[in-house]
Structures are given as C-alpha cells and as structure tokens.
Design a protein around this ligand. Structure first.
Ligand code: FMN
Length: 364
C-alpha cells in the first residue's frame, strides 16, 4: 500500500493517541512486526511554529519507526502550512491533520473535529499544506460532528480534491466520543467513493477484527486501544493475513514489554548517539533526562496499564497495584510479581480478550 510515494509494508497502522503513542511506545510496537505505519500523538501547529519545547518533543521520532507520520492540529491554513514545513524539515514521511479530536480545548479553536463543521475551511487548510510541502498530507476525521451532520463522505471528497494523499476515518461522531460503535459501513462508502487510499479506524480489539475490516474496501486499518491492550495485535493480524496462526504471547513477554518501555522512557535522550533522534531544525536535544523523570515514567506506566491490564487474568488487581507505586523499583517489583512469578502449573499464555470472568479472584 502506498500513501503518495511512501510505501507501507503492511496495511496495519498504530493510530495516533495523545499521551500514549510516544516514540518509545511506537518503537516497541514496531519491533514486534506487522506495523506498516506509526502516527505520533497530535502536535499543536501553533506550538511547532512558535518553537515551544514541549510541542517539539511530541513530534520527535527515531529512525527505526519509519515510515512515520506526524499528526498536527490547528485551524489556521497559514500556520498549518508552516507547521507542515517544520514536519517536513524534521524528515517525517507524512504529515497528518487531526480533524477528529472532540475535546473542547482543541475543538473550540476551529481545530480537531470542529474543522468538520466548516468543510470549505477544512479544505483550505489541506490545500495550503499540500502547496507548502512535498511529503504526503493526510487527514484523520470522524464520521461528522454529530448525528445531524455525518458529513465525512462529502468532506473526504473535498479533502481529496484539495490534494490529500489519504484519508483515515474513525466512524463515530464527535458528540459520540467513544460511545456506541464505529460505523464501518460509512467508512466503506467513503472508500468506494475516493481514489486516494481510505483507512478505517474503530473498535478493533482482536487481531481477527483487524483482518476482517480489510474486507470493507479500506486500504488500511488504524488500531488504537487494541494496541494499548495488546501491542502484538498488528503482528498477530499480519500472521492471520498471511495464513499463519497468530503468534502466542506469554505473560513473561507482556511483562518484559513493560520493563522495556520503562527502560526506553528512562533513557529518552540519554546516551543517544548523534542523529539517533529526529528533532525540529535548530533544536538541540538536551543530553540529560529532565528533572522529575521518575515520576513522569511512573505516570506513563500507570496510563498504559489502565489499558494494558484489561482482559488479563487479575488485570484489575495489577491496575490497582500499579496505581499505588510511588517509586520505579516498587513498580518493577509489581511487574515482576505479576508477570514473572507464576504459580506452579498456571498457563503462561495470557491473551487479553474480553474481560476475564475470573479476573477479580485470579490473583487476589
Ligand atoms: C487515549 C486516546 C488518545 C487519542 N488521541 C488521538 C489523537 O491524538 N489524534 C487522533 O486523531 N485520534 C486520537 N485518538 C483516536 C484514535 O486514533 C482512534 O481513532 C480511536 O480510538 C478509535 O479507534 P480504536 O477503537 O482502535 O481505539 C485517541 C484515542 C485514544 C483512546
């Protein structure tokens, strides 16, 4: 599958998720295979243009993540074009526009999903960007703002005409937020209408569902919460798509993922060789970790565990324990006890599926 001239080795994509899909997490998912593209957390166009350190950090990525798409949000065509140029200057493969975020803080500034309420303006944003950069410009949208305005099909066509190289659609409205189910029929209709690739997003929790959705006319599937629960889901979907049984993941491997994530987060920017990290032009990545790094890492693990623990036997127990950890060594001990010290005779393959019935009792 191609997006513009960018070749994706797999149609399965790590969806952008604010606070979650940082460079460390993306690297780990990518290492497991099956992943054709990663998308960064959404990054403010305003922050990029003004050179705000925190914003620039969100956009950083490393070479092993390629191809990488940096998602930006904003509503001003000139600023979005300037931000796209910064993204291009960082060497990213794709720049993606967020037209799906329903959060008022974002949406009230004519950004995120509120762009869907102003389709002509949204198309102007895309047009300004496609004129400003040579890398592909893509858009991620929802079904519409609300049930009275499910205008993704019309907007997607306008976006295509404005020069976008691909469109991803999460089949819920902004008002729905995450309630109900994603409307994949709508996604299919858009895919049938457009010449550029259309990717779908929503409710793929099992690898079988990821593969199944490929039969709905889309050229790719973005997986969000499913990757947070099971970072192997794209690799397992690739196994299934190739006619192989999906790889089994042991409980120890799941524990190791968390330890590796802690390791990468702790060492972000520390001892990295020159050129390892792609940063905005003119930015020098500080060599030492920021103050309060341990607390930041603990918070990151807590955030991930609220998803990662779902469906694991004893997952709610793990979640509660992780939320009480106040140091990294405590956190490592909790991970060690949960994932590596199995009672004799227990099954070390633990597949996060539907919430386990025995969850509350298994590890109490
Ligand atoms: C914690 C979280 C953060 C998200 N952040 C973003 C974001 O920054 N940009 C975006 O376009 N979508 C964002 N999304 C939406 C996802 O990319 C995806 O479209 C949505 O979750 C539906 O897919 P899923 O059912 O596979 O999770 C976010 C979703 C979650 C759960």
């Amino acid at each position: 599958m191609n997006i513009g001239k960018v070749m994706l080795s797999s149609p399965f994509v790590v969806a952008p998720m604010a606070g979650m899909t940082d460079t460390a997490f993306r690297r780990l998912v990518k290492r497991h295979g099956g992943c054709g593209l990663v998308v960064t957390e959404m990054v403010s166009s305003e922050g990029l243009v003004r050179g705000i350190d925190r914003t620039l950090e969100y956009a950083e990525y490393t070479e092993e993540e390629r191809p990488v798409s940096i998602q930006i949000f904003g509503g001003d065509p000139d600023k979005m074009a300037a931000a796209a140029q910064i993204v291009e200057g960082m060497g990213a493969d794709i720049v993606d526009v967020n037209m799906g975020c329903p959060v008022p803080k974002i949406a009230k500034h004519h950004a995120g999903c509120s762009l869907m309420k102003e389709p002509e303006h949204a198309a102007r944003v895309v047009s300004a960007m496609t004129k400003a950069v040579r890398i592909p410009v893509t858009v991620k949208m929802r079904a519409g703002w609300n049930d009275r305005s499910r205008n993704a099909p019309e907007l997607a066509k306008m976006i295509e005409d404005a020069g976008a190289a691909a469109v991803a659609v999460h089949g819920r409205t902004a008002e729905q937020s995450y309630s109900g189910l994603a409307d994949w029929d709508l996604v299919s209709r858009i895919a049938a209408d457009l010449t550029i690739p259309v990717l779908g997003s929503g409710d793929c929790i099992e690898p079988e569902q990821v593969v199944e959705r490929m039969h709905q006319g889309v050229r790719g599937v973005l997986v969000g919460r499913g990757v947070l629960r099971n970072p192997w889901i794209l690799a397992q979907a690739a196994d299934l798509a190739a006619g192989r049984p999906p790889r089994q993941v042991t409980l120890q491997e799941r524990g190791q993922f968390l330890l590796d994530y802690i390791g990468l987060l702790l060492n972000e920017r520390v001892d990295e060789r020159a050129g390892f990290r792609h940063v905005a032009p003119g930015t020098d990545a500080p060599p030492a970790p920021a103050q309060g790094r341990e607390r930041w890492v603990i918070n990151k693990i807590r955030a991930l565990c609220s998803w990662y623990s779902k469906g694991l036997d004893g997952g709610s127990h793990l979640r509660a324990r992780v939320n009480t950890a106040s140091t990294l060594s405590e956190l490592r001990d909790i991970i060690d006890a949960f994932f590596f010290r199995l009672p004799a005779g227990s099954d070390s393959i633990n597949k996060p599926a539907a919430e386990s019935r025995s969850e509350e009792t298994a590890r109490a």
